[in-house]
Design a protein around this ligand. Structure first.
Ligand SMILES: [Zn+2]
Length: 120
């Protein structure tokens, strides 16, 4: 099972809130199943639509385990574009939404199936 550092999820929520009404997006870094850091690529992290991650250059960093992005509309479900992106980007993906609290997220596997993610 995946877990994420509480400090990091709070930082992600702040960034998601700050980006509203645009989307916030970043890649996730993990060690031994614990997501501890996000990786952002300047210029490609925000967009009005779900296209941002296709610009990332793939396979540059093996500690990257997936992605996180916000849904400004608050719907914590992956779009078709998200599902395509999830498949390319690793085993764990997070979607955040309002009210951007510690629990305002859902994690998914590469097929878009909801998976548990423990805040530690
Ligand atoms: Zn999305």
């Amino acid at each position: 099972m995946w877990s994420i550092r509480r400090k990091l999820i709070l930082m992600i929520m702040e960034a998601s809130k700050d980006s509203y009404p645009k989307e916030f997006g970043a890649l996730l870094r993990a060690e031994d199943g614990v997501i501890y850091e996000i990786s952002m690529v300047p210029g490609t992290i925000q967009g009005d639509r779900h296209t941002l991650f296709f610009m990332f250059n793939k396979a540059v960093d093996f500690s990257i385990v997936g992605s996180v992005h916000s849904h400004p509309n608050g719907v914590l479900l992956p779009s078709d574009e998200d599902l395509h992106m999830f498949g390319n980007w690793g085993p764990v993906h997070i979607i955040t939404g309002s009210p951007y609290s510690e629990t305002s997220f859902q994690a998914f596997d590469r097929n878009g199936k909801p998976i548990p993610l423990k805040v530690i």
